[in-house]
Design a protein around this ligand. Structure first.
Ligand code: ADP
Ligand code: ADP
Ligand code: ADP
Length: 214
């Protein structure tokens, strides 16, 4: 299956993607995680991305689209993938359409996670992620690690993302509404969009998502 996850920052995309990718046996591809890995490794790509991310803006398409395509071209993605955080504007969506068409492939679904803004703010304010791997995600109230400040998965140190501050979150929500939401209409025209509520427990949302994808 080839699936795109859409939803505002803090909706639970990364959290759900981890479970869905495992259930569906496809790789979870998060452009945010790829950028953060590049930043912590000090690569040129990471250097290019950092100032945009810190400000809550989108990293330019020239950088993002190439990185996403390179990841999708890896062998583990040959039979499907779950895209989390890509595409994030209409031109990225068009680039993905074109690339898939060239390979004679298409998307199976675009899963749209709906969450009220006050809940998104609470989820982001309490989010803590692992220094070793930003896909290891916790929450100070909703998903506490067994030992405070320590990642259950790998023992790494948990910290708050630099872009999870109130001011940057406000900007990221604006960017979501103005640049990312229009991709939902783009995909609706292709009959691909399924919208579910992302309220409730993590496992309730996973069940809802699996039912919607069937
Ligand atoms: P996104 O990838 O959409 O930005 P995350 O998956 O990182 O969102 O989730 C944001 C925060 O909300 C994390 O701290 C996560 O632990 C928490 N979270 C995710 N899903 C739920 C849920 N169903 N209920 C409560 N908190 C959640
Ligand atoms: P969240 O799910 O909380 O919005 P992500 O980890 O998906 O956070 O993204 C963090 C930041 O990385 C974004 O605010 C943006 O600066 C950058 N980013 C991630 N994916 C993309 C993309 N597809 N296009 C441009 N910038 C991106
Ligand atoms: P093939 O050409 O046999 O599909 P590739 O190694 O080129 O093999 O690609 C492997 C997989 O990666 C493809 O099946 C597709 O899912 C994905 N992929 C490859 N290139 C792109 C691209 N430019 N854009 C999007 N996805 C791609």
């Amino acid at each position: 299956m080839r699936i795109v996850l859409v939803g505002p920052p803090g909706a639970g995309k990364g959290t759900q993607a981890a479970f869905l990718a495992q259930n569906l046996a496809i790789p979870h591809i998060s452009t945010g995680d790829l950028f953060r890995a590049n930043i912590s490794q000090g690569t040129e790509l990471g250097l290019k991305a950092k100032s945009y991310m810190d400000a809550g803006n989108l990293v330019p398409d020239e950088v993002t689209i190439g990185m996403a395509k390179d990841r999708m071209a890896q062998a583990d993605a040959a039979n499907g993938f779950l895209l989390d955080g890509f595409p994030r504007n209409v031109s990225q969506a068009e680039a993905l359409d074109d690339a898939l068409k060239l390979d004679g492939q298409e998307l199976d679904a675009v899963l749209d996670l709906e969450v009220p803004e006050d809940e998104v703010v609470k989820r982001i304010a309490g989010r803590r992620i692992c220094r070793n791997d930003s896909s290891h995600v916790f929450h100070v109230a909703y998903k506490q690690p067994q030992t405070e400040g320590v990642c259950d998965i790998c023992g790494g140190e948990l910290y708050q993302r630099g872009d999870d501050t109130e001011e940057t979150v406000r900007r990221r929500l604006e960017v979501y509404h103005s640049e990312t939401e229009p991709i939902i209409d783009h995909y609706r025209a292709q009959g691909l969009v399924v919208t579910i509520s992302a309220l409730g427990s993590v496992s309730e949302v996973t069940e809802r998502a699996m039912a919607a994808l069937r």
